[in-house]
Design a protein around this ligand. Structure first.
Ligand code: NAD
Length: 463
């Protein structure tokens, strides 16, 4: 077909097939709207499924197995040194984990009648867009949802074009297990993938520009993780920048501020992600991304252009898949004329390291910074029966409580399984439960979830 021959009419054009985009398209279809997804890779799942959350968590599961086997020695069980077949590991991750989920999404799309068009969408007005690439065509839409996600931030000064210098996408491909890996950035990605490579046998050095790992996260939660990664990683340099990277052929020479140069076999750059709103033709609409490329939206995910909505990472922080999914559903419902708003109090955050960190709602440092009086209850997992049976007592459960009403405003967790446990925190914060409600709820014994009840009880005892 010659581009421009025919203009197809749809109710909703969704640009980007990641968690925000496919959730929006599926919800539109459920509400009787014809929705198409335009995705450059003609795939659903986006970065999250194909090169982010899912493959990295599959690799972290393997890292956890290796570390549990290693720890078992203290309990009198010896497995010996793990032998890692990289090909088999990659195949499992790519085919059995990512591939299976991708096929599942494609079949959901078929069953809901959501078509996925391969190509890049470029807006030509507030009513139309063209698709460039594999399946060129023009679409006229009643509404569009921009769900184009985010891209890795490049290193200031740039990085040499070298196979040895990876972003997170390249790193989850697991090209090899380098002997010496430099991780630039001590945030979510740096610590998660650093953990994977260290477990597989790399000597990992982490360089973080600010003066602590996971900047912005409650230090009470970070401390147990910091203690553990100090043992797991070969070195952690805080308050340090990488001033130069050069591929010498035999390795990457890295110059670290205030230190001697060092050579690494591979480098992972994980210095943040930025909203992806360039090249979309948004100038032909009324959408105006801010200086960081973020598209401003209201509580219905509506942009300044009444026909355009935006969801997910392109709308800014927190850049988390589950926020994007919720926004996608809200946008679809708003377009369908339903009363719907992204008014969630709790967007849980999880760092899937060992121990895991998770939090939601108001954090203690945020309360202090805002001058808001709060009561804080802490329960150290050293006193948890379940933690003892797991050989892990390095956890903590923290509740941030409103002193006047007793309402749970925020929850922070660190410890194995924190990512699953935070669901109770999100439920408590979202539904305005009080410390009393947590204390009076029977939590199964022995489980780590009892720590919520214990923390709440400690607060009530002190009241
Ligand atoms: P991040 O913001 O978590 O961490 C980036 C880190 O790099 C920061 O600590 C920053 O201080 C540091 N940094 C920046 N420039 C630097 C420099 N020149 N030298 C050294 N350090 C530097 O970002 P990320 O780890 O790249 O992750 C991006 C986003 O992806 C996160 O914000 C998060 O929303 C999402 N993500 C989430 C998960 C999860 O939910 N478990 C996992 C991975 C990524």
């Amino acid at each position: 077909m010659v581009m421009g021959d025919l203009v197809r009419e749809v109710d909703v054009a969704v640009v980007g097939g990641g968690p925000g985009g496919y959730s929006a398209a599926f919800r539109c279809a459920e509400l009787g709207l014809e929705a198409v997804v335009i995705d450059a890779g003609k795939r659903l799942g986006g970065v999250c499924l194909h090169e982010g959350c899912i493959p990295s968590k599959a690799l972290l599961y393997v890292a956890g197995l290796i570390s549990a086997a290693d720890r078992a020695r203290e309990l009198g069980v010896e497995f010996g040194r793990p032998r890692i077949a990289l090909d088999a590991l990659r195949r499992w991750k790519t085919e059995r984990v990512v591939g299976r989920l991708a096929r599942g999404l494609a079949s959901v799309a078929r069953s809901k009648g959501v078509e996925v068009i391969g190509g890049r969408a470029v807006f030509e007005s507030s009513r139309g867009l063209r698709v460039e690439g594999d399946e060129p065509q023009k679409l006229r839409f009643a509404h569009a949802i921009v769900a184009t996600g985010s891209l890795p931030v490049r290193l200031p000064g740039g990085a040499p074009p070298s196979e040895r210098v990876m972003d997170s996408t390249a790193a989850v491909e697991l090209p090899e297990v380098p002997e010496r890996l430099l991780v630039i950035g001590g945030g979510y990605i740096g610590l998660e993938l650093g953990t994977v490579y260290a477990a597989l046998g790399s000597r990992v050095t982490v360089v973080e520009m600010l003066d602590g790992l996971l900047p912005g996260v409650d230090r009470d939660l970070v401390q147990p993780l910091a203690r553990r990664v100090e043992r797991l990683f070969a070195a952690i340099h805080l308050g340090t920048r990488v001033t130069e990277l050069a591929d010498s052929g035999a390795g990457v020479e890295a110059r670290l501020e205030g230190r001697e140069g060092e050579t690494f076999d591979r480098v992972l750059v994980a210095v943040g992600r930025r909203a992806q709103s360039e090249g979309l033709g948004l100038e032909t609409t009324r959408v105006r991304p801010d200086a960081r490329g973020v598209i401003p939206v209201d509580e219905c995910c509506r942009t300044e252009d009444p026909r355009l909505y935006a969801v997910g990472d392109v709308t800014g922080e927190p850049m988390l898949a589950h926020r994007a999914m919720r926004q996608g559903k809200v946008a679809a419902e708003a377009i369908a004329g339903r009363p719907s708003a992204f008014d969630n109090r709790a967007v849980p955050a999880v760092v899937f390291t060992d121990p895991e960190l998770a939090w939601c709602g108001l954090t203690e440092p945020e309360a202090h910074a805002a001058g808001r009086p709060v009561r804080v209850a802490r329960f150290a997992w050293a006193a948890s029966g379940r933690a003892a049976t797991l050989g892990r007592s390095d956890g903590l459960t923290k509740l941030v409580i409103d002193p006047a009403s007793g309402r749970v405003l925020g929850v922070g967790l660190v410890g194995p399984g924190a990512g699953e446990l935070i669901a109770e925190g999100a439920l408590a914060v979202e539904n305005a439960l009080r410390a009393e409600d947590l204390a009076a709820t029977i939590h199964a014994h022995p489980t780590l979830s009892e720590s919520f009840m214990e923390a709440a009880e400690s607060l009530l005892r002190g009241a």
